[in-house]
Design a protein around this ligand. Structure first.
Ligand SMILES: Cc1cc2nc3c(=O)[nH]c(=O)nc-3n(C[C@H](O)[C@H](O)[C@H](O)COP(=O)(O)OP(=O)(O)OC[C@H]3O[C@@H](n4cnc5c(N)ncnc54)[C@H](O)[C@@H]3O)c2cc1C
Length: 410
């Protein structure tokens, strides 16, 4: 086997970083992760779901057990009005594994531990500031004055990616979606089990997703409309007691499970996940020896339920390409394998978001909500979702040379 790439620097140890590093090691590339924070995951982020396609990608490199260990199975999603009425239900297509609900902090920690088990070294406190590259190497310069060099550099540094800006100063910036995210586990909901179904209630002022397990414990997340953008730090400075009061007021008139779940939430358990942001199409996926993966290059809105799953797919496909091709060809093949699919999912999520935004608008909420939700349900019919969920990666299949890139997607 010809070895094309021997070493890689992976910038970012969130979710995509440990996966791409593990996949690279399996591909024979020695990868080291450089994470800006001292401890990448602790307490960061709320709940998210891992779709069957994301589990398939992790299984391709032997990391699927991480999600099965930290995740709770989810057979589908029930959409409800603020009156509690069922508007529709989305189920995983038959023959595919159930979705898994995970707390992002647990997922990130599990992936980092598993990556370490595969020989991946993670170095903390390394905030990338600058990149230099020539015909031989790429060098990352960190804020603490240190640097590291390798054959290639993978930017897995999230939606506010520094690597993306460094390879294309004109790259799009994330845009605030007008919503702040919150989540919390609830030790005792006092409610009946939701039967492995995520319920999403489209409230009069805010939407709330929740799960109740068989032992009556559970968890919820909320997207609160908030005109002024706030950083996570600014939102956290407001304090959990104040936010919990605001969230309780936002759902006070809803005839859903949300008011009771929030009443039973301990302020100490409230996770303030910060502003929801969107990112439009990223024109430049790689430059020279540098390439992007995960939210850095394709951040879907949370309503897609696909952000982490697509990050896993891209991480594994990038590693296959670097295993089989010289880096320049590998980056072209990687983009060719990925761009159309991720942009199609991002576009589908944007359409669902517009329906949700309309559903939350005061003027339309009572009259138009059932209509907009029927339209959303048509778009989310199981048959229509299969192409997202049944994506399969054959790790052992050789990657053919250059696959044409279709910028702009479907
Ligand atoms: C409210 C919410 C709900 C979501 N729900 C879902 C869902 O249901 N399903 C789903 O699949 N996805 C969901 N997502 C998206 C999912 O969280 C992301 O798509 C996923 O975490 C992508 O991982 P990543 O590693 O690319 O980025 P991140 O997880 O953001 O990790 C980036 C890492 O890079 C580090 N970093 C940043 N800058 C630097 C630097 N300069 N130098 C070094 N390190 C740096 C950061 O500290 C971080 O650890 C949701 C997101 C949000 C906000």
């Amino acid at each position: 086997m010809t070895v094309h790439t021997r070493t890689a620097l992976v910038i970012g140890g969130g979710v995509a970083g440990p996966v791409v590093a593990t996949a690279l090691r399996r591909a024979g590339v020695e990868a080291t992760v450089y994470e800006a924070y001292d401890s990448a995951a602790d307490g960061v982020g709320g709940g998210l779901s891992i779709a069957p396609n994301g589990q398939d990608a992790l299984d391709a490199i032997g990391l699927g057990d991480v999600v099965r260990e930290v995740g709770r199975p989810l057979a589908g999603t029930v959409l409800r009005s603020w009156k509690g009425a069922v508007l529709g239900e989305i189920s995983v297509p038959p023959g595919l594994p159930e979705l898994r609900f995970v707390w992002r902090a647990e997922l990130s920690r599990g992936l980092r531990d598993a990556a370490a088990g595969h020989g991946v070294r993670t170095v903390y406190g390394k905030r990338l500031e600058r990149i230099e590259q020539d015909g031989e190497r790429v060098t990352a310069h960190f804020a603490d004055g240190t640097s590291a060099s390798a054959d290639v550099l993978v930017g897995a540094d999230g939606i506010r990616s520094t690597v993306r800006r460094l390879i294309d100063p004109a790259a799009p910036r994330p845009e605030y979606a007008g919503l702040l995210g919150f989540a919390a586990p609830v030790a005792d909901t006092g409610m009946a089990s939701t039967g492995r179904r995520l319920n999403i209630s489209y409230g009069r002022r805010a939407s709330c997703g929740y799960l109740v397990y068989d032992d009556s414990s559970g968890g919820w997340f909320m997207n609160l409309p908030h005109r002024e953008p706030m950083t996570v730090a600014q939102a956290r400075a407001v304090g959990t007691d104040q936010w919990l009061r605001t969230l309780r007021e936002a759902v006070a008139d809803d005839r859903s499970a949300a008011p009771e779940l929030l009443r039973r939430t301990d302020p100490a358990d409230l996770l303030i996940t910060g502003p929801l942001e969107t990112l439009s199409t990223v024109p430049t996926w790689s430059r020279g020896r540098v390439v992007l993966v995960g939210d850095a290059v394709h951040a879907t809105s949370p309503s897609a339920g696909q952000g982490a799953s697509l990050a896993f797919e891209s991480a594994v496909q990038l590693a296959r390409c670097l295993r089989d091709l010289p880096y320049a060809e590998a980056f072209v093949a990687y983009e060719g394998l990925r761009r159309e699919r991720v942009e199609r999912i991002i576009a589908a999520a944007a359409r669902t978001n517009r329906n949700k935004a309309n559903a939350s608008a005061r003027i339309v909420r009572d009259v138009l909500l059932p209509i907009t939700m029927r339209i959303a349900m048509k778009m989310l019919r199981p048959g229509k979702m299969t192409w997202q969920f049944d994506h399969h990666i054959d790790w052992d299949a050789p990657v053919p040379g250059t696959v044409p890139v279709r910028a702009g997607g479907a």
